[in-house]
Design a protein around this ligand. Structure first.
Ligand code: SAH
Ligand code: SF4
Ligand code: F3S
Length: 447
């Protein structure tokens, strides 16, 4: 490492989309000659890739930024960037709040970081938040993992769930072509990656903005077609995808998952609420009965498939009885994992304007009860693994016990076992499960 290379630091908040964007932006910075610095205080370019899905996510960035803005007053050459969803939501307003900022850039501009930074280095304060056609990126991302990689397949979201800020900040759906996606996966395989996760906010929408239909009027490019098109890339052992939307989930997709050996038996399908009135107020476009039918269908084809989801407690107007319907759904389905949150009113969303907001105390009480049930159900579900032999893809050392390595089962469950990372990283290992907990497993390596 040369002493004179300028350093950069990125802190990433939010979802897998942001993680994928950060990896591409890191790749661009390294092409520009910057070197990674874990410590932001050693870096001359600092980028915060932000999330605004809930108010507490948004507030985080302001406290991080405050410290670096102070530092800039004594180190004027420091470059401060806010990227991602808060940047898109706030735009110019961010400059008024934090005048030390050099660059505010929305998620659609991630691939444009080089051009934008060049304008900054010429002495401009830049805001890039206009809607654009996302360009294919030619830079190699600097990936966090060497085993498992994110692959964007569709950007944006055309749904209008009434609580959600994503369509405002991520723009309309833009699918990448199957050819561009396959090319990226082939390059990943050449670099030694073993697992890919196809990403989209509503991945079932993949392809509906691409030209072409079949003689029966179906879109030529669907997620199912994409899975068939990419699944034989040599070297890739596992394929995952997220996030699925119950409104568009098809039996054809379930069949493809069963048929294609590399596609893992794990489905992340948020239900948000178990109550039909609330689902309607959320504009989700399905009923709890429809959701149950999807899970039944999946289990018909793959009885052991892992099912995870997202749920919201305390949507405006939610009564105790309606909340009970959410608890009932969690208990009946038996989820492997549920990401939960108390409803948070977001700027520019219809639900934030509803008069019948649930009190903070009630929301946090419901969230606690929901979390309690989720953990209970998950630990019961996890017991089915006891004594079984599972295939684990080894990713890292267990940070809490360095004699152990950790990886995931096909069902996406974190699994620990004694072993040496040097020889096991990126390997598929047969592990006999000896101990189960709500959200992880411990076992011993066979052979
Ligand atoms: N595209 C995915 C989810 C994207 S956001 C989908 O359609 O399911 C991730 C999760 O954050 C959502 O599933 C939802 O459970 C939660 N979420 C979104 N907006 C929220 C809000 N205003 N308050 C609380 N939780 C929210
Ligand atoms: Fe938000 Fe709904 Fe789009 Fe998911 S599908 S990102 S919850 S608007
Ligand atoms: Fe957050 Fe933006 Fe993802 S708001 S959840 S980082 S799409």
């Amino acid at each position: 490492m040369s002493k004179s290379s300028p350093r950069y630091h990125i802190t990433t908040f939010g979802c897998q989309m942001n993680k994928a964007d950060s990896e591409r932006m890191a790749g661009i910075l390294e092409e520009m000659g910057f070197e990674w610095s874990e410590d932001p205080n050693q870096a001359s370019v600092i980028l915060y890739n932000t999330c605004t899905i809930r108010d507490n996510a948004e507030q985080k960035v302001y406290s991080y930024l405050g410290k670096q803005a102070k530092r800039k007053q004594v180190e004027p050459n420091l470059t401060l960037i806010v990227a991602g969803c808060v940047a898109q939501q706030e735009g110019e307003k961010l400059l008024r709040r934090v005048p030390e900022l050099d660059l505010v850039m929305g998620p659609q501009h991630a691939n444009q970081l080089k051009n934008l930074l060049e304008q900054v280095f010429e002495g401009n304060q830049v805001v890039a938040t206009e809607a654009i056609q996302i360009v294919e990126d030619i830079t190699k991302p600097r990936r966090e993992s060497k085993v498992s990689a994110w692959v964007n397949v569709i950007y944006g979201c055309n749904e209008r769930c009434t609580y959600c800020v994503v369509p405002n900040v991520r723009g309309v759906e833009q699918s990448r072509t199957p050819e561009a996606i396959r090319r990226e996966i082939e390059q990943l395989a050449e670099q030694g990656y073993k697992e890919i996760t196809l990403l989209g906010q509503n991945i079932d929408a993949y392809g509906r903005d691409l030209p072409g239909t079949t003689p029966t009027g179906r879109h030529l490019h669907t997620l199912t077609d994409l899975l068939y098109y990419i699944h034989d890339v040599p070297g890739i052992e596992r394929i995952r995808f997220a996030t699925s939307h119950p409104r568009y989930f098809t039996e054809r997709l379930i069949r493809a998952c069963q048929e294609l050996p590399k596609v893992c038996e794990h489905f992340h399908i948020p239900f948000q609420s178990g109550d039909n009135e609330i689902l309607k107020a959320m504009a989700r476009g399905y009923t709890q009965q429809k959701y149950r039918q999807i899970i039944e269908k999946i289990r018909e084809y793959m009885p052991d498939a892992a099912i995870s989801a997202d749920a919201i407690a305390g949507f405006p107007g939610e009564t105790e009885a309606q909340f009970q319907n959410t608890l009932q759904l969690v208990a009946d389905i038996g989820f492997d994992q549920v990401n939960t949150a108390a409803y948070s009113p977001r700027p520019g969303t219809p639900a934030a304007l509803l008069a019948n907001q649930v009190s903070e105390a009630e929301k946090s009480d419901r969230l606690q009860r929901l979390n309690h049930l989720v953990a209970l159900v998950a630990s019961q579900r996890r017991e089915r693994y006891l004594g079984r032999i599972e295939e684990v893809l080894v990713e890292e050392t267990n940070p809490k016990n360095t004699n152990q390595v950790m990886g995931r089962t096909r069902g996406n469950c974190l699994t620990f076992f004694d072993g040496d990372i040097e020889s096991l990283k990126g390997k598929l290992v047969k592990v006999k499960i000896k101990e189960t907990r709500a959200f992880s497993l411990t076992g011993v390596q066979l052979d």
